[in-house]
Design a protein around this ligand. Structure first.
Ligand code: ATP
Length: 309
């Protein structure tokens, strides 16, 4: 399959501040590729280098075989780009802004644009200064999709979108996938990337720590589960179960807090033998997951062994 994105040893520092170092990965045409990392990891820097909004200190970025920096005009033509922070003219309405982007690009199918506006439930008649951050994000998403680009580069596209709109956005990605389009999207939320992407690169402190299939993320996937029982239940009943890494008995004597890696099946079955008042499961932040996963002394070897393209 053709390579849509090829990044080779891309490096950028901001003076003495770290940006990204030696980042290399490839995205095939037709992939929905996730770029996952905690805040400040270097996602936006990588994306801005891909879009030639920044110049690399070293390394290259190519899109559809074109050099991002040398052939930036051609590159921008074939990409739909959603920046992390979109600045919109506060005096213009959403509709005027989209019309303006449409003129710049040319050839925008007006019926498709209208459908996108309806699907994301945007009121295009309001001035952008009146828009909430979620509405601004909608304008950004629509302008990225509106000319049906071969490649979508989306920097944290769903931040600020409510869950229903996130679902609609997922459908839009699915349609792009079915039409053979390619998507590169960044996120700091593991579950979000899991739901929409087939492959993922993980960046941490400016360096790639992994590139692989979503299925291969099982070992870093964790859940924090809190179970409140009707009566006291000993933590010993849970500590040796499959996937349980840690159990803590809370001060009320009836609640347990567990950190579970992988499926929670064994925990749920063990809990069901008792009277459960409530069970709350949440995904820890990527920062927490990384802190746990990479805290061992063999960090470098472990990271290096996972960078498989
Ligand atoms: N213009 C800049 N000047 C100085 N340092 C910067 C600049 N832009 C980014 N950095 C630094 O580069 C590193 C990577 O930032 P980047 O914005 O690429 O991360 P990110 O993964 O996109 O995170 P976020 O989701 O918080 O934007 C951070 O340490 C950040 O402080």
């Amino acid at each position: 399959m053709a390579k849509m994105i090829e990044v080779d040893n891309l490096t950028k520092s901001y003076g003495s501040k770290r940006g990204i170092t030696d980042v290399s990965f490839q995205v095939e045409e037709g992939e929905i590729f996730g770029f996952l990392g905690p805040n400040g990891a270097g996602k936006s820097t990588t994306i801005r280098l891909l879009m030639a909004l920044l110049r690399a200190d070293a390394g290259t970025a190519r899109i559809a075989g074109l050099d991002s920096w040398q052939q930036s005009v051609e590159v921008k033509r074939l990409v739909g780009y959603l920046p992390g922070e979109l600045s919109l003219d506060p005096k213009m309405t959403g509709g005027q802004i989209l019309e303006y982007f449409g003129h710049l690009r040319g050839g925008v199918d007006q019926a498709y644009l209208k459908r996108l506006i309806e699907r994301l439930d945007l009121d295009p008649s309001r001035k952008s200064r009146q828009y909430s951050s979620g509405n601004k994000r909608k304008v950004g998403i629509i302008q990225a999709f509106m000319h049906r680009p071969r490649l979508l580069i989306l920097d944290e596209p769903t931040s600020g979108l409510d869950p229903l709109l996130q679902q609609e956005f997922d459908h839009m990605l699915e349609e792009v996938r079915n039409d053979g389009g390619t998507v590169f999207l960044s996120s700091h939320i593991l579950t979000e990337v899991e739901q929409t992407c087939n492959r993922v690169a993980i960046i941490r402190e400016g360096q790639l720590v992994r590139v692989g299939l979503i299925e291969d993320l099982k070992d870093i996937k964790r859940h924090d589960i809190t179970i409140i029982f009707a009566d006291a239940v000993s933590s010993d009943l849970f500590k040796d179960l499959d996937g349980v890494e840690r159990v803590e008995a809370l001060a009320d004597g009836r609640s347990l807090h567990l950190s579970v890696q992988g499926p929670a099946d064994a925990v749920i079955k063990a809990a069901a033998k008792h009277s459960v008042v409530s069970l709350i499961s949440r995904e820890p932040s990527l920062e927490d997951i990384f802190m746990h996963y990479y805290e061992s002394a063999g960090q470098t070897a472990r990271e290096a062994s996972h960078v498989v393209q």
